[in-house]
Ligand binder design. Structure first.
Ligand SMILES: CC(C)(COP(=O)(O)OP(=O)(O)OC[C@H]1O[C@@H](n2cnc3c(N)ncnc32)[C@H](O)[C@@H]1OP(=O)(O)O)[C@@H](O)C(=O)NCCC(=O)NCCS
Length: 145
């Protein structure tokens, strides 16, 4: 089931982060996002177990995708596509005309998803992400809505 994300979901969002991300977001980061009126969606399985989420910020006609994450045991089954479509459709309905996101240069799976969804690379941010060894560049992708 797809439903809007709420601050009550933060503990489960943190669990998915820890299981998937090199530098997982802390609960405080999610908290700040909700306080800043970011919007999000989650996909749940039975008993409200969250298996994936997306968070976006809509500002000045732009939709910034802040985070998209699927439980490692549930990846490559269409959930990321479903969440991205829901967020982009809603952003367009709310007047956004363009969507942006940053992704690690090495994250081939996510880049494949974004390209499949019509995003194109529009720039880079040097040393944007932490890695175990140091830092990694971000690729900036965009798509008109
Ligand atoms: C990247 C991510 C969000 C994709 O979500 P997903 O539910 O696994 O993706 P989908 O099943 O909707 O797949 C859509 C497309 O993404 C690409 N993709 C996703 N997982 C892939 C995998 N394991 N191997 C290769 N391609 C993959 C493919 O192009 C796929 O299209 P296809 O099914 O025709 O091959 C998910 O794998 C994830 O959470 N990864 C870890 C966190 C992350 O990197 N988030 C993005 C931060 S910018």
């Amino acid at each position: 089931m797809l439903r809007p994300a709420t601050p009550d979901d933060i503990p489960q969002l943190c669990e998915i982060e820890i299981a998937t991300q090199i530098a997982p977001w802390a609960a405080e980061t999610f908290d700040k996002c909700f306080q800043a009126e970011s919007q999000g969606w989650v996909i749940t399985q039975s008993e409200d177990k969250i298996i994936g989420f997306i968070l976006v910020l809509l500002q000045m006609g732009e939709c910034h995708i802040l985070n998209l994450c699927i439980d490692p045991n549930q990846q490559h089954q269409g959930y990321g596509t479903k969440l991205l479509l829901a967020a982009l459709t809603d952003a367009k309905q709310q007047g956004a005309v363009i969507a942006y996101l940053e992704v690690r240069r090495s994250n081939a799976n996510a880049i494949a998803l974004y390209q499949k969804m019509g995003f194109s690379k529009v720039g880079e941010r040097k040393n944007y992400y932490l890695t175990k060894e140091g830092s990694e560049d971000a690729c900036v992708f965009a798509r008109e809505l």
